[in-house]
Ligand binder design. Structure first.
Ligand code: ATP
Ligand code: BTN
Length: 232
């Protein structure tokens, strides 16, 4: 993929900016910001985005929108981390964890049939706010040194282009790769959603990208959206 990169010093959210320009921008347009003043996660949750991290949104124009696209972003992050010697794992559906802490999150948004904006937040050299230190980490914290942010950006975009191509040809290849890199399979998990919780063992990721939980009384298919998964 030929990327066309728009670099900003500061923006509210690269996803918001990208959604604004997406209708008139070609696929492969990328928005990167040094810092975000209103970075966001799923369900509008706050995403800490001080200088030093990778805050990027990529405009894609797939033939049809597919919720499994989020995995393309997660795989790109895991493979980019590996290039720097870090073993990362996908926490289904949209987080990447290293050593029990969250290092990256993916947020896909878009307009059905028109465009998808894939936002990736990856903690590279940035400080982790004190209230997140128990649950979040960065590449700098793991490696004990600062990295060249541009190099990390290029690695992530290279892998993203590659996985996106694979996804377009055969989405099941992407599901297979996610299965190999997930921390959840065979783990006890708690699924928290708007009308309650269920606990069980995560046993599989199905072709449609949903997570299969064995509750002991039967198997339940969890579609991502309004759910949070906690390994227990
Ligand atoms: P869970 O699945 O555990 O509920 P989630 O993936 O649904 O998490 P998101 O909305 O995806 O949660 O991510 C937002 C959350 O990530 C915030 O509530 C905050 O706890 C955490 N967070 C915010 N900024 C960062 C950051 N820079 N690095 C790591 N974690 C962060
Ligand atoms: C999550 O874990 O919920 C996803 C976090 C996604 C954060 C990235 S940073 C770049 C892009 N812009 C945003 O406002 N969010 C995404």
């Amino acid at each position: 993929m030929e990327w066309k990169i728009i670099r900003l010093d500061e923006v509210d959210s690269t996803n918001e900016y990208a959604k604004g320009i997406a209708p008139s921008s070609p696929e492969g347009t990328v928005v990167v910001a040094k810092r975000q003043t209103a970075g966001k996660g799923r369900k509008g949750r706050f995403w800490a985005s001080p200088e030093g991290g990778l805050w990027v949104s990529v405009i894609l124009k797939p033939n049809r929108s597919d919720p499994r696209l989020v995995f393309v972003g997660a795989l790109a992050v895991v493979d980019a981390l590996a290039d720097f010697g870090i073993r990362g794992w996908i926490k289904w559906p949209n987080d990447v964890w290293v050593g029990g802490k969250k290092i990256a999150g993916i947020l896909t948004e878009g307009k059905a049939g028109k465009f998808v904006v894939m936002g990736i937040g990856l903690n590279v050299n940035n400080e982790i706010p004190s209230d997140l230190r128990e649950t979040a980490t960065s590449m700098r914290a793991i490696l004990g040194k600062r990295l060249e942010l541009n190099e990390v950006t290029n690695r992530v975009l290279d892998h993203l282009g590659r996985w996106y191509k694979i996804f377009q040809r055969n989405p099941l290849k992407v599901i297979e790769a996610v299965k190999e890199r997930t921390i959840l399979i065979n783990r006890e998990v708690k699924v928290i959603h708007s009308d309650g919780e269920i606990s069980g063992t995560a046993v599989d990721i199905l072709e449609d990208g949903s997570l299969l939980i064995d509750t002991g009384e039967g198997k339940v298919r969890v579609v991502y959206g309004d759910v949070s998964i906690r390994p227990i």
